[in-house]
Design a protein around this ligand. Structure first.
Ligand code: ADP
Ligand code: MG
Length: 247
């Protein structure tokens, strides 16, 4: 876990509008291999759009985004490969409701990576064990708690062998007693050296795992600091105001 590796995700002069709304304003951001970046900011500041742009779930109007040195592909196999390289875990648990937990995790590797059913299943079970839900493998998502489903979502993204993992408020839809089990799985992943971009207001996670915190407001990066500095001594008035509301 450090910030000294080569650039893995790089945004340069990125702008995005939704109609008249300027949601990403001249974003410059570099995330290095092995780095854990936490993104915080008020609702509507553009955090989700930023994540979605890196995965090309949203297009951008200007600027460039590269993942591992390559510009984002527009379509086809290259786009499927990008989506595999950039694992994403959303606030809502986006598991396939009509497939078992195990099938949820093996589907991508079999379809996109061309893994054999047996290999995919073995790796899926290993990943499910890593996030502590191996015993749920034969169940349907609806039979799992929210915290368990979110850990399955993490395992499913990891099964694609991503280069970077994006988490967009992964614990904000969870009952409070389930937040920690998901954060623990994320901390473990960070310690193993995964490059991560995490939108969260969980200060405990940031303190334990983040190398850097970025504060966004109105589509701009307003402040950037190590987690202790950001949470205890923010410099901008926007960040101070924001922290006074969430802490
Ligand atoms: P955050 O994740 O920080 O809450 P978002 O990236 O979701 O912020 O949204 C940034 C702004 O863009 C908000 O004002 C939101 O309403 C708007 N927005 C997001 N997605 C769309 C969309 N598909 N169409 C129009 N406006 C959108
Ligand atoms: Mg959001």
């Amino acid at each position: 876990m450090d910030g000294t590796g080569p650039a893995l995700v790089e945004l340069t002069g990125v702008n995005k509008h939704f109609g008249d709304l300027h949601v990403l304003r001249d974003i410059d951001l570099t995330v290095r291999k092995g780095e854990v970046l936490v993104v915080v900011g008020p609702s509507g500041s553009g955090k989700s759009t930023l994540c979605r742009a890196i995965n090309r779930l949203e297009t951008i109007d200007s600027g460039t985004i590269t993942v591992d040195g390559a510009p984002l592909p527009a379509e086809g196999k290259a786009l499927a490969r990008l989506r595999a390289d950039v694992g994403m875990v959303f606030q809502s648990f986006n598991l396939f409701a009509h497939k078992t937990v195990l099938d949820n995790v093996t589907l991508g590797p079999r379809k996109v990576r061309g893994a054999s059913g047996k290999d995919a299943e073995q790796e899926a079970l290993t990943l499910l064990r890593r996030v502590g839900v191996e015993d749920q493998a034969r169940k349907m998502p609806a039979q799992l708690s929210g915290g368990q489903q979110q850990r399955v979502a993490i395992a499913r993204a990891l099964a694609m062998h991503p280069k970077v993992m994006l988490f967009d408020e992964p614990t904000s839809a969870l009952d409070p007693e389930m937040v920690q089990e998901v954060l623990d799985a994320m901390v473990a992943l960070a310690k193993e050296g995964m490059t991560m971009i995490v939108v969260t207001h969980e200060m405990g996670f940031a303190r334990k795992a983040a190398d850097r915190v970025v504060f966004m407001a109105d589509g701009q990066i307003v402040e950037e600091a190590d987690p202790d500095t950001f949470f205890t001594a923010p410099t901008s008035s926007r960040a101070k105001d924001f922290l006074s509301k969430i802490l």
